[in-house]
Write a protein that binds this ligand. Structure first.
Ligand code: 5GP
Ligand code: MG
Length: 459
């Protein structure tokens, strides 16, 4: 989970600001660190821990001058949360200055790193992105960017959507499976690449189109071109972007995230009706599907919970031991809306089940007569190796418990999930083009210790 951007702008005093605003609108994709690399008279990298507006101020942005830039917001999956793992990563080699911003996760990171280390390469971070930077810099010694990306693609296994700054050139690349999104926008005086189209909107740009899996977009001397790098016979577009991760005002691979979530809500209502007085989202991730559920069922949408909008990252109060209190700080129940009523709560997903339990209890304590729960995705049963933060099977409540056991664990009067069929119908992308591994345990590429039906079909 990360957000990446690339910018080319004719006005070299404006480039870093465009990158900044674009990153700001991708803040939901990562809150641990933020950074910008820019190429002008010289090559600069500025990054820090924290939110975009904590890392950059006006003075810093004014000093970052140049026509070409890339940027990154990080949510770590491989490598700890610390400054040296912040991106963009920068390496200087015979082929010039190279900066890398990566969204994804490499499955064969350890092997590749060992291989490079035995070649005498020195690593400064424990993030898989450094492997990409090393490989790329050696391929670029003897090859043009297109060929270098093709060689890189042969070497890497996993998900890798990239924004690269190679001297003055801005490059976007999406791996052939297309796990993570990337799209291109036109600015009045330049171009922008971003993980999500909401970033293009936020800087007044116009969405040109999504970068296709296996395709690169190259901006050189102010000119933009698309290049096919690798064949994409097997796509694996991450379904969790639509379920939870992306902003609802983004369009990913031609599908509006809002309309997918709205349809998820409608489908959920058809599949799992329930007699209740009000429908309320678990804010904010359950909002759009709740509106869809209310629309389909005709039951009123009335909020049971209000979220403190300044709670972004999970914060820990000094000396605060009670987890109960931490949910109360984030969320408050509206007693007058729930008292004596049958309430249906809808959330996008249940991962560990701990938050859901506390929220159900909160609504009960506020006087609800019954609290039912519907989930806008099928049960999450398997870990993600491609960049979503669900790392071990043990922490996923649905990996070992039945729906009835989960219902008891979260203390709901009834619980139902969206079916897999219903999800695919709502996303409206062919099932074989999606990565559904967290819901099915069938992985799109070989992962040690996991099942890959596509791999056995290919063999
Ligand atoms: P649980 O009840 O499983 O503890 O929490 C479910 C909540 O976690 C849902 O509201 C869902 O939106 C949220 N969620 C799902 N995936 C992620 C994730 O990767 N990171 C964070 N921070 N929240 C997530
Ligand atoms: Mg949530």
């Amino acid at each position: 989970m990360c957000g990446i951007v690339g910018v080319y702008c004719d006005d070299d005093s404006f480039t870093s600001r465009i990158a900044y605003y674009a990153l700001f609108s991708l803040q939901h994709r990562g809150q641990e660190s933020a950074g910008i690399s820019i190429s002008g008279e010289d090559f600069k990298v500025y990054k820090g821990m924290g939110l975009v507006n904590e890392v950059f101020d006006d003075k810093t942005l004014s000093r970052l001058r140049g026509n070409s830039a890339i940027g990154h917001v990080r949510y770590s999956t491989t490598g700890e949360s610390k400054l040296e793992n912040a991106q963009p990563l920068f390496v200087k080699s015979k082929s010039g200055s190279i900066s890398v911003a990566h969204n994804g996760n490499l499955v064969n990171y350890r092997e590749l790193r060992r291989e490079l280390e035995s070649d005498g390469r020195v690593f400064l971070t424990d993030s898989d992105t450094e492997v990409i930077a090393h490989l790329l810099s050696s391929y670029l010694l003897k090859n043009e960017i297109e060929e270098a990306l093709a060689l890189l693609t042969e070497k890497l296994c996993g998900s890798f959507t990239l924004a690269l700054l190679l001297n003055h050139m801005v490059v976007g690349y999406r791996d052939p499976m297309g796990f993570k999104p990337l799209c291109v926008g036109k600015l009045e005086n330049g171009y922008i690449l971003a993980s999500e189209s909401c970033a293009i909107d936020s800087v007044g740009g116009e969405l040109v189109r999504d970068v296709k899996p296996g395709e690169a977009v190259i901006i050189e001397d102010g000119e933009l071109r698309f290049e096919r790098i690798a064949e994409s016979n097997q796509k694996a577009i991450c379904v969790f972007e639509y379920i939870y991760f992306a902003r609802p005002d983004s369009i990913i691979d031609g599908r509006s995230v809002y309309s997918v979530r709205f349809d998820i809500g409608r489908t959920l209502a058809k599949e799992n009706p329930v007699e209740v007085d009000i429908i309320s989202p678990v804010p904010d991730s359950g909002t759009t599907s709740s509106i869809g559920y209310a629309y389909e069922s005709g039951i009123p949408y009335i909020e049971a919970l209000i979220k403190n909008r300044y709670v972004g990252r999970t914060f820990i109060m000094p000396g605060q031991r009670s987890r109960e209190l931490s949910v109360q700080l984030k969320m408050n129940a509206l007693k007058e809306n729930v008292r004596g009523r049958k309430v249906l709560l809808i959330d996008d997903s249940i991962v560990r089940g701990t938050t859901s339990r506390r929220i159900v209890d909160l609504v009960r304590k506020a006087g609800a007569k019954e609290v039912h729960f519907r989930v806008g995705s099928p049960p999450i049963i398997s870990p993600c190796y491609f960049g979503i933060d669900m790392s071990t099977r043990e922490e996923l409540i649905a990996s070992s418990k039945t729906v009835e056991d989960i219902r008891k664990a979260i203390n709901a009067d009834s619980l139902a999930y969206l079916s897999l069929k219903g999800l695919i119908k709502s996303v409206r992308i062919d099932e074989e083009d999606l990565c559904l591994a967290c819901l099915t345990s069938d992985y799109p590429v070989e992962v040690p210790g996991e099942i890959c039906l596509r791999c056995s079909a290919r063999a």
